[in-house]
Design a protein around this ligand. Sequence first.
Ligand code: OFO
Length: 174
Amino acid sequence: MLSKKIEQALNQQIELEASSSNYYLAMASWAEVQGINGVAAFLYGHSDEERMHMTKLIQYVNERGGHGIVPTIKAPPANYKSVSEVFDIVLSHETKVSKSINELVDLCLKEKDYSTHNFLQWYVTEQIEEESLARTNVDKLRLMGGEKAALYFFDRDLAGAKAKEAKQQKGEAK
Ligand code: OFO
């Protein structure tokens, strides 16, 4: 059984995952409208992943005798200045999420909730990957220095990576 304190903290994390999913969905829609389809595919995929993170938390809270609450979320911005701005936001958002997961892990230790501590290790690993991917994309964009031709290749790379991932999920890729 979850303590009220842990249940509340997990529900806050549910809210953060939901807002990440919405944020990335808004960015994906913006990129699609700009015709930057590789970036859009990447962000749509990322949005789906965040939704899965939220659902996993909801189900965990429910399994442990609590109640996972679906939150109201503030609308994210619809427009962005550039792809660089989008990825800067992704990186700072992921850094914020990692901090929040680490605080949750810390709280579990203080409260001696070792089951939730164990459950959260999946999120700790996931955040390392997500932060590193976000940082790679920010670095690439910085190297490009706003060049349009380079953006074309950046977009094409993301589209290629997404297509490969989809094939792997269907078990078609090597
Ligand atoms: Fe939910 O992993 Fe990123 O934010």
